[in-house]
Design a protein. Sequence first.
Length: 561
Amino acid sequence: MSKSVIPKKDELLFLPLGGTGEIGMNLNLYGHDGKWLMVDLGISFADGGKFPGIDVIMPDPEFIEKQRENLVGLVLTHAHEDHIGAVPHLWADLRCPIFCTPFTKSMVYSKLVEAGLEDQAEITVIPVAGKFSAGPFEIELVSMTHSIPEPASLLIRTSCGTVFHSGDWKFDPEPLVGPHYDKKRLQSLADEDILAMISDSTNVMNSSESGSEASVRNGLVDAISKCTGRVAVTCFASNVARVESVMKAAEICGRRVVLLGRSMHRIYSAARENGYLQNVAPLLSEDEFSYIPPSEVVVLCTGSQGEPRSALSRLSTDGFKNVYLEEDDTIIFSSRIIPGNETSIYKLQNNLSELGVRIITDKDEHVHVSGHPGKEEVKKLYEWVQPKISIPVHGEARHLRAHAKLAGECGVKTRIVAKNGDLIRLAPGKPGRVSEVYCGLLAIESRRLVPLNSPIIVARQKMMYNGSAVVTLVIDEAFKLAVTPQLTIQGVIDLEDEADNFEDVIGTVRDALRLLKKADMKRDEVVREVAIRAVRRHCNKRYGKKPVTDVHIIRLNDFFE
């Protein structure tokens, strides 16, 4: 496994460190002439059931961090969390210039302010369809549409060839917010001898087109107009067009909107700062909500993916003082279920159902369209770009393989299905994987970053499934137990109903230690191992659990020497 790679002057490399073989936490590197260019630096949400206490994970940039003097810049294709969310956590270790469009800059800057890095990070704002240089790379932004303002595909030019990096995209004929996709520029790419296309695979298995935001606005009007009580709508806060559609639909239906959720307020401010959301009605405050008739309000909130600390989760458990939902109110999920979030979302929906709240999803009404291209849109992009090489990214293995198959049907002869850590040479010579680099994961654990496989998290996982035990042993000057072992055990034995079993564990430890020779009782490591083995064997035999066990040893001769 390669630890350090310096790109040669006559070669062009591609290295995904996140987002390939998975959906989320995108991090890609392009290498050329001794330098590296980073594209996106995102996060993903952890499976709380698998990683207790961990909400957010991100790629470990160790590979490029060790040679950050060769990193010429970070280009952000758009402002979704899976593309920018790791910036405030990792930038201090990278210290490279940041390039992005105005709206993305507003979003990133607010995160850097929270991290106390706003005066250190250099952000260069690039206009939509702008051009700039970073080391040996010449980059051109191509305007696209997506579920957020100002998404851009990248044309990355080098002396070895040009790469089209799509970012997240779709072809929306009526995007409502932000510029249209640059159809004319895209159609001209067939004449530019594009070496490779690195492209979004998320929705490639969908045979239909992604649909337009304009149609969702009409669907929201229809859905809200049928409701009699309070209405709440949850969507991704970053989908400014959707936010505007909810606000416009509410106005058409004679309702006013209150925003819930920190990210919803952040997006609202960033959008207005960049000229969006200018023609919407004034917002209600949370204090005003309780004084307005139920038929005249809409709550627009975060939490569509069942995030436990989101506004909607709090709303489902009466977590707000003045904003609430009751029997016969309605919640509209204007979003899709991201794979892996099913359990959290269904739990949230069950909580809402217990309140008597009616639930509407995109299966009931036309309240959502995807922000990613369907199969026909992907085919159209290949028709326009006509790359020599296709490398699908931004998708799980099944998405990547379906995308590669489709690329072949579109006439692309070289298709490379990669995984995170695959170092791929695009030029010169035959394109393909040349080696593999380390690509671990980091987790936000309280106020620090730790490897996802760190002893802290591994121990927590073990305790979650097996419980924990602490044994305290007092050993006298004769190297025998001075008193009965003391035991604290959590998550294994019900002390109220199973007191006898608790005493049995203590007895097992005592009996095991009595069998030790005096020479062994002098050695802490032996005593500790025997006590741990006794606790775990007893609990495994009785309960099928092997608790994480620690042993404290107190030697009386240490006090009387």
